[in-house]
Design a protein around this ligand. Structure first.
Ligand code: P1T
Length: 379
């Protein structure tokens, strides 16, 4: 089955009791048992819920995994994945990740005896150099948030496989329509479903997709044991959102390319970070691994004052955290999404005070460009 067909149908058989075409919202906390130990596969709603199960089967099919487990947020999905490890284990992480991921690793999970090294994952040699006997996981964000560097997925997957460590990829920025990391050797894929999968900025959620049966079983155990599950209503919303994932992503990609080209030619902008531009350092890799470049762009205005003028003068683009919705969102990583990353580290990575991030929506692209042109004219 092709991707867009799977997006609409995988895991979503008509409701067995009524024939409803759409999987109902099973808003129940528990399920009656016919007799002791005799039930229909559903006992208690933290453990199993049919609305959530339909979504989990759907996302597993889209990513090419064997199972998926949905969580109350992207952070809950990442936290649960790290619980595959134990105290003393070491993780190699992309040096530029979402600020909340860095905060979880440094200010929460370190206290439980996990150790983290942050490296530039555009080259597998950097991962190799950071490797230790205790390294049990490599955690990649690709493209990275917000600098848009592309990891050497294949090289790092080979290293991880040789050394029996798990390769985890946060695929939030591209969605499985544009990249399926398991096809390139990843063991686990994570999403903040809040973003492109749901696509309508009206739900917070996360998912862990596994490709190995031991991991699938353990993540299922942890989902139930820790309990940060996705609600039935959010499961319904995300399932509905995914039905249009293919058409939305095509438009995000088309609009993203157009907006990046406009920004690239604008005299007031010093640099544009977008993998679709030929001068992007991993442009050729992106062409090979991805089926498009998506809708995330960051650009350098040169100063906090210049960034502020753009952010204060946009009218159509909404100044807001988050990304991946149908509407264009614009943000300031240094003070918003990446405020928890220390300033010297931010500067080293290029997350300067002048950097602006844009999540290009699927409005008419001429309107998005006109809004940016007008706001940039204020500079
Ligand atoms: O917000 P939540 O659903 O918990 O997802 C966290 C998360 C995980 N991974 C990536 C790559 C992310 O970008 C995020 C959340 N990011 C934002 C809110 C943002 O504006 O970048």
């Amino acid at each position: 089955m092709a991707f867009s067909t799977k997006a609409i149908h995988a895991g979503q058989d008509p409701d067995p009791t009524t024939g409803a075409v759409i999987v109902p919202i099973y808003q129940t906390s528990t399920y009656v048992q016919e007799s002791l130990g005799n039930h229909r596969g559903f006992e208690y709603a933290r453990t199993q819920n049919p609305t959530r199960l339909a979504l989990e089967r759907n996302i597993a099919a889209l990513e090419g995994g064997i199972a998926a487990h949905c969580f109350a947020s992207g952070m809950a999905a990442i936290d649960t994945t790290l619980k595959l490890l134990k105290a003393g284990d070491h993780v190699i992480v992309s040096d530029n990740t979402y600020g909340g991921t860095y905060r979880l690793f440094e200010r929460v999970l370190r206290q439980f005896g996990l150790d983290f090294s942050y490296v530039d994952t555009t080259t597998a040699a950097n991962v190799d150099a950071a490797w230790r006997d205790e390294t049990k996981m490599v955690f990649l964000e690709t493209p990275t948030n917000p600098i848009m560097t592309i990891a050497d997925l294949e090289g790092i997957a080979t290293l991880a496989r040789q050394r029996e460590a798990r390769l985890v990829v946060d695929n939030t920025f591209l969605s499985p329509y544009l990249l399926r990391p398991i096809e390139w050797g990843a063991d686990i894929v994570i999403h903040s479903t809040t973003k492109y999968l749901n696509g309508h900025s009206d739900s917070v959620g996360g998912v862990v997709v596994t490709s190995r049966s031991d991991d699938a079983e353990r993540i299922g155990f942890l989902q139930n044991a820790v309990g940060a599950i996705l609600s039935p209503f959010d499961s319904f919303l995300i399932t509905r959102g995914i039905k249009t994932l293919a058409v939305r992503m095509r438009q995000h990609d088309e609009n993203g390319r157009r907006v990046a080209a406009f920004l690239d030619e604008h005299p007031g902008i010093l640099h544009v970070h977008y993998p679709g531009l030929p001068q992007h350092p991993q442009h050729e890799r992106a062409r090979r691994l991805f089926e498009g470049f998506g809708g995330m762009i960051a650009f350098e205005t040169g100063s906090l004052a210049a960034a502020r003028r753009v952010l204060d003068n946009v009218k159509l683009c909404a100044l807001a955290e988050s990304l991946g919705g149908v509407e264009t969102l614009i943000s300031h990583p240094a003070t918003m999404t990446h405020a928890s990353v220390p300033p010297e580290q931010r500067n080293r990575l290029g997350i300067t005070d002048g950097l602006v991030r844009i999540s290009v929506g699927i409005e008419d692209v001429e309107d998005i460009i006109a809004d940016l042109d007008n706001a940039l004219g204020a500079n």
